[in-house]
Design a protein around this ligand. Sequence first.
Ligand code: B16
Ligand code: MG
Length: 221
Amino acid sequence: MSKKAFIFDLDGVIVDTAKFHFIAWQRLAASLGINFTEKENEQLKGVSRVNSLKKILEWGNKEISPAIFQTKMDQKNEEYLELIKTLDVNDILPGVHDFLLELKELGQPIALGSASKNARPILEKLGIKDLFDVIVDGTDVTKAKPDPEVFLNACNHLGYTAIDSVVFEDSVAGVQAANTAGMISIGLGEQDILHEADEVFTHFTNMPQDYIKTLLNKKKQ
Ligand code: B16
Ligand code: MG
């Protein structure tokens, strides 16, 4: 059987932490007197912590000193960590666990490609860290999505090229990163938001039977 590098985003693909990032950013924005809704939040998915705060300040037309900027980032992360304290295996999104196990059974290489600096402890909480051959997260990269660095880094570590890689993403920035890298991009979420992806599913459970085999034969369009 042929092989490909299977690269997974974390937040919004493996686990539903996107809602906790939203709550934490909303509270943070409120503390700065900035209005922040789901619409703005969509643009922060897959975006690093520092770039997210920069965007929020831009939207709110606010300027803060570097020291306060750092304090606000720490505050957001503390809030977020508090919200994900009780995360466990039950928070894995539908179908992902089985999909990962099937890949393992087929001997396919698996990597994580996440912008989050909290990725490793989250995978541990979910009890699935050992399923990943390679983990590339926000602590390993210098350029945030939509830059393809995180995914290129992941496929290089697995010893594969971009054309033999498949990326699963829930964010527009992440889909763009995969496309720029020349990788097959599979969107998890809504078609009208993720229309740049090669294919979109609402959940892993909506994928057709034998979808892994389909992906192994698929070429980047
Ligand atoms: P942290 P992903 C991203 O993770 C999230 O989508 C994004 O909302 C978050 O701001 C970013 O990680 C940084 O996360 O604050 O935990 O370092 O979707 O790339 O797995
Ligand atoms: Mg994500």
